[in-house]
Write a new protein. Structure first.
Ligand code: ATP
Length: 267
């Protein structure tokens, strides 16, 4: 594998309005990442440049990736998604080289969000050879992060992990991933918001999403998205039987909810 374009940069269309709940997290991101780009004079007065890094952590499926894409959407930035597992599966040397290329690409496409998923993959292995490999990649990553800090603005790094406690401690030092933000599972009102967002624009019967939110304790955003997909399928089955568009009913969603198990409990 000698693929220089390991990750294609794209410009996501999502914005914060598409992300249900997470108001605290959005507020922090706005203040630390978005506003410094939009009103640099104010932030410069406080010695703050646009750019920097941020670590999102929390249970799977609660919007870390989605939120990172939405940050890019908010500032009309390029988005580079780095899956560390894929980079780690390369040969020693090749991994570091690829990581460097990705940071180069970000610098050429400013403003840019570099999203690094599964950060905990670094340092999680016990095998001797792998540990050496991981170490080299961590070092390369530190080099890139520190490099950005000294001569760069408008390149933002967002890291994500389900297990921040497994993270290599060198990554948490000042100037690296020093902003740590918890992306929590949605509470009842947020679950209702997420359901409404996922249902928007579809043929709908009269629905009580507040009731569904109440009955979906511990469901993640991803779980709720799946529930809506299943309900769509039930409505589609009916539509095909009848031969005309049938709206999604409360019963479809109730049935779909019954079939799924919440996934944030195991975290
Ligand atoms: P993982 O840790 O498994 O990578 P994640 O936290 O990155 O998970 P996402 O990939 O962002 O989770 O979420 C999966 C999908 O669930 C998203 O594409 C989105 O459609 C939906 N989703 C999750 N949380 C929200 C939310 N708060 N608002 C709207 N949609 C959400």
């Amino acid at each position: 594998k000698n693929d220089k374009t390991l990750v294609e940069s794209e410009k996501p269309k999502e914005t914060f309005a598409d992300v249900g709940g997470l108001e605290e997290v959005k507020k922090k991101i706005r203040l630390n990442f978005i506003l410094p780009l939009q009103q640099p004079e104010i932030f410069k007065a406080y010695g703050k440049e646009a750019g920097g890094s941020l670590l999102l952590y929390g249970p799977p499926g609660c919007g870390k990736t989605f939120l990172a894409r939405a940050v890019a959407g908010e500032i009309d930035a390029h988005f580079l998604h780095i899956e560390l597992q894929a980079i780690l599966s390369m040969y020693v040397g090749e991994s570091e080289h690829n990581l460097h290329d990705l940071f180069e690409k970000a610098r050429e496409n400013k403003p840019c969000i570099i999203f690094i998923d599964e950060l905990d993959a670094l340092g999680g292995s016990r095998h001797q050879m792998r540990q050496h490999h991981d170490r080299m990649l961590v070092n390369q990553l530190l080099l890139e992060l520190d490099g950005l800090q000294t001569f760069n603005d408008q390149v933002f790094i967002i890291g994500a992990t389900n297990t921040p406690w497994y993270l290599d401690s060198a990554l948490r030092r000042p100037g690296r991933f020093d902003h740590l933000l918890f992306v929590p599972p949605p509470e009842e009102p947020e679950r209702s918001t997420i359901l409404n967002l996922k249902l928007a624009g579809k043929p709908l019967d009269k629905l009580d999403t507040a009731k569904l939110a109440k009955d979906s304790k511990h469901f993640s955003g991803a779980d709720l998205e799946q529930v809506v997909k299943d309900a769509v399928e039930l409505a589609l089955e009916r539509t095909m039987e009848v031969g005309s568009i049938q709206p999604i009913r409360q019963d479809d969603l109730k049935e779909a909810l019954k079939r799924r198990k919440p996934t944030t409990l195991e975290w």
